[in-house]
Design a binder for this molecule. Structure first.
Ligand SMILES: [Zn+2]
Length: 362
């Protein structure tokens, strides 16, 4: 039960029962004991998620003071940091910008310094950290390595550190939202196109850490050369720059304003069509329940999400149910939040937790 609460944050007794398979009576004994010990607390009610009538159920969670988790996202132009307590509540956060093209050591220093600044300004005790997740742009940070990240954070903080791609962490954050989904495809249309796969509630990195590279699936065999060296990748059609060029506009603001003009519409339609076909192929292989499309491009032109969804719908076969397709809900802190979620899911950090009922099944 403690593991379930660590992974999911606040849950009602009914939700805990459904996940644990414990009987009502057993669950009641265990929760009573854990509440009495202060190991878990009542944090809120589920009134917010309730559409109908009926008394809201109490939500139980780990004692918020029992652990803190740090998420860091080192992007191309900024570091973003979030700290969550054991109930999954974000208790501190911040951002620090650096010039595009900043060296890797500079970004790493900015990230560590930002953590220190937030801790002192917002009263976070860094000695209480139980896990650190660090997201980096790209499969490997340009000009550095994941070992550099591990070394920099391990040198400064005592908690275990895990490092992964920041877009993949964003996928995990989107999959772990209010409507939890186990099998999710996430794609992000920005200067490049990245993505992530969540299968069975867990982030898939792949054998070489390159799972979810939707941007380099070929959509046009006679298309332009991609930065990866191949020809006609999705990224050459549906990333921000090729869309702006095809539309004949200068930036995303102009793209949004002029999106009903024929040439602009043709450019975004082509991007949506190519994106939809790539996601449809992936959906036929993985049968996800949810596909999330994020990034600044669909944020500027939401019709891209609807256009891709229409293509995906026509490509599905009448077996099982097709995926729900939606725009991303989280903002720029999605990578930092996902890094924290990865800590909750992966770290075996209940060691220091108040011990559970002796001999129980908790
Ligand atoms: Zn490519």
């Amino acid at each position: 039960m403690l593991a379930i609460l660590r992974e999911r944050g606040g849950l009602s007794r009914a939700q805990i029962a459904a996940r644990s398979g414990l009987s009502r009576t057993t669950l009641s004994e265990i929760t009573g004991d854990l509440l009495a010990r202060g190991a878990i607390v009542v944090v809120n009610t589920d009134a917010r998620d309730r559409a109908g009538s009926g008394r809201p159920a109490e939500l139980l969670a780990l004692d918020p003071r029992s652990g803190q988790f740090l998420g860091v996202d080192l992007g191309h132009t900024r570091a973003r940091v979030a700290v969550a307590d054991a109930t999954h509540e974000i208790i501190a956060s911040g951002v620090d910008e650096y010039p595009p093209g900043s060296s890797w050591p500079r970004r790493l220093t900015a990230g560590v310094d930002l953590v220190d600044r937030i801790a002192s300004e917002q009263g976070i005790n860094l000695a209480a950290l139980q896990g650190i997740g660090v997201g980096v742009a790209g499969p490997y940070p340009a000009g550095g390595s994941r070992q550099d990240v591990l070394a920099a954070f391990a040198e400064r903080f005592a908690a275990p550190v895990l490092v992964d791609n920041n877009t993949r962490f964003a996928a995990l954050a989107e999959a772990s939202g209010e409507t939890e989904a186990g099998d999710v495809l996430y794609v992000r249309l920005a200067d490049g196109i990245g993505g992530g796969l969540v299968v069975g509630g867990r982030l898939v990195s792949g054998a070489g850490g390159a799972a979810g590279e939707f941007g380099h699936v070929k959509v046009d065999p006679s298309g332009g050369i991609c930065r990866c060296g191949k020809r006609g990748c999705l990224e050459t059609v549906a990333a921000v720059r090729p869309v702006l060029a095809a539309a004949g506009v200068d930036d995303l603001g102009e793209l949004a304003v002029r999106r009903d003009e024929p040439r602009v519409r043709a450019a975004t339609d082509r991007a949506a069509d190519a994106l939809g076909r790539v996601l449809a192929d992936a959906a036929l292989i993985l049968n996800p329940e949810l596909i999330v499309i994020g990034g600044p491009l669909p944020f500027a032109v939401p019709e891209i999400v609807a256009g891709a969804a229409a293509v995906i719908a026509t490509e599905m076969i009448p077996v099982g149910s097709g995926p729900l397709i939606r725009a991303a809900r989280l903002g720029d802190d999605d990578g930092a939040r996902g890094a924290i979620t990865a800590c909750f899911l992966q770290s075996p950090l209940l060691a220091d937790y108040p011990s559970a009922v002796p001999g129980s099944r908790s």
